[in-house]
Write a protein that binds this ligand. Structure first.
Ligand SMILES: Cc1cc2nc3c(=O)[nH]c(=O)nc-3n(C[C@H](O)[C@H](O)[C@H](O)COP(=O)(O)OP(=O)(O)OC[C@H]3O[C@@H](n4cnc5c(N)ncnc54)[C@H](O)[C@@H]3O)c2cc1C
Length: 372
């Protein structure tokens, strides 16, 4: 990523994302941030230059999501989902939609999780049934980020006729027959507009299919998983950076009048801050190594992709927990920013693939067992 692009992202993060972070945490969708990103061409960051995008890859996407995550976890997650959906559309979607994404006219997201298969997104129970003019979708999607704001969803179903666990579709948000439940009043990531979306006999043309019938599983594992896991980890890293800087500032500024010292003068507090710094730097090292493994098609790339999200979810939980401890009562006050990252960081543990699922997959990979 060029220095100019980095500067632009930094400016938007500082001037727009940070300014709206408290309102977004109250449940407001990060529209101002998306407008600023759109105007800077950053919603098309990963679109090919041939369709008008900035032609950047996963590394730039991860750096962008991390920078946004330092200011606002919800904004980072909306953008993470947009780039994950864009990766699918760039490879398998129609050129007109690719151009729309590059121009910032199309916000993407993933609609994989379902009430039936829960976090095991690789095995949807929703259906796509052949009709005389295309297919009819029936589904109970349980959690969709940007549910009321995305232009279209990358949607999974059982195959129409082929073997295999799934098929993917591009489903416009305003398709008749879709119903959108209210956004969840969640613990963290409160502004990312996650909510359920149901489909009842939703008519789609066959041309809305992304990839082959029955090809969904391979797309999920080979394309979506690396993008999502790396960017989700980058969002966690951003939250950790925020936790470290906010805690250090709080400790340095919290004075004991009777001794003339601060919390930062306490060796226990400093040791906790040191642990937070080390965990954050270790995660950054693993994140950069994971991106390197993917870019160079290293033999350990799959293992790294599985590891990075599990490592990030755990590390962010630990670091933000320490931030709450060291920042004392101040951590409970919203304007300090520590309790927000503490809440936001917990989502990574349960966003699929969940940390516990990843441990199972990693254990299987290390033991030489098949993942599925
Ligand atoms: C803020 C937020 C935004 C989200 N956005 C999206 C989105 O945009 N698109 C989307 O598709 N989904 C999204 N999700 C859904 C997410 O990916 C998970 O599917 C969802 O959080 C799982 O919740 P559940 O109650 O169904 O979990 P459950 O499946 O009931 O899991 C309960 C527990 O069982 C464990 N578990 C389940 N299977 C296994 C296994 N095989 N091995 C070991 N442990 C296992 C889990 O780790 C978890 O600890 C979002 C979730 C959140 C919280």
């Amino acid at each position: 990523m060029s220095a100019d692009l980095e500067k632009t992202i930094d400016r938007i993060a500082t001037e727009v994302v940070a300014k709206h972070a408290i309102a977004v945490d109250r449940g407001e969708f990060p529209t101002a941030a998306l407008t600023a990103l759109r105007e800077a061409g950053l919603l098309g960051l990963t679109s090919a230059t041939a369709v008008g995008g900035l032609g950047q890859g996963l590394r730039a996407a991860a750096l962008t999501v991390e920078r946004l995550g330092r200011e606002c976890g919800s904004t980072a997650m909306v953008v993470c989902m947009h780039y994950a959906g864009t990766a699918v559309i760039e490879q398998l979607g129609p050129e007109a939609i690719r151009k729309d994404i590059a121009a910032g006219k199309h916000l993407s997201t993933l609609a994989f999780s379902e009430a039936g298969s829960r976090s095991q997104f690789w095995a949807p129970v929703s259906t796509a049934t052949a009709t005389t003019s295309g297919v009819a979708l029936d589904a109970q999607k349980s959690w969709v980020t940007s549910a009321h704001h995305a232009t279209a969803y990358i949607w999974s179903s059982k195959p129409v006729a082929a073997a295999g666990p799934s098929t993917l579709w591009l489903v416009p948000r305003d398709t008749p027959g879709l119903t959108h439940g209210a956004a969840f009043d969640g613990l963290g990531l409160r502004g990312n507009d996650s909510g359920p979306v149901a489909a009842k006999a939703v008519h789609l043309s066959e041309s809305a299919r992304l990839g082959a019938d029955g090809g969904g599983f391979a797309i999920m594992m080979e394309l979506v998983l690396p993008w999502f896991n790396v960017m989700n980890a980058a969002a966690s890293l951003g939250l950790m950076e925020k936790a470290v800087s906010a805690t250090a500032a709080q400790a340095a500024g919290a004075g004991f009048a009777h001794t003339g010292t601060t919390v930062a003068d306490l060796p226990t507090a400093r040791a906790f801050i040191a642990r937070m710094r080390i965990r954050t730097d270790m995660l950054r090292g693993l994140l950069l190594d994971t991106i390197d493994a993917i870019e160079r098609s290293r033999p350990d790339a799959v293992l790294r992709v599985l590891e990075i999200k599990a490592a990030a979810g755990e590390a962010a939980t630990e670091v933000t927990d320490l931030a709450m401890r060291v920042s004392g009562g101040a951590a409970f006050r919203k304007e300090v920013g520590v309790e927000r990252v503490f809440r936001d960081a917990r989502a990574a543990l349960v966003m699929s693939p969940t940390t516990d699922q990843l441990y199972d997959f990693i254990g299987k990979a290390v033991c030489g067992l098949p993942l599925f």
